[in-house]
Design a protein around this ligand. Sequence first.
Ligand code: ZN
Length: 70
Amino acid sequence: MSTSIAVGSAYHTGEKVPVSGRYEFVRHSNPDSHCEPPAEAQSIPLSQGEAFPPCRSCSARSVWSLVEIH
Ligand SMILES: [Zn+2]
């Protein structure tokens, strides 16, 4: 069984982080959100096995993408 982990893959709040690395905020799950998270909340390091967080700014469900594997 092989799992493909590609830079640019999108993940949602609550999913398990597949690989430790740097992840970038893509958007809120709710397209009507007017929240604009600050830069430091848009690029975060996450460790394999933890859950993807909500938006660091408004705590709403969000979409993250893998930028760089550590
Ligand atoms: Zn937000």
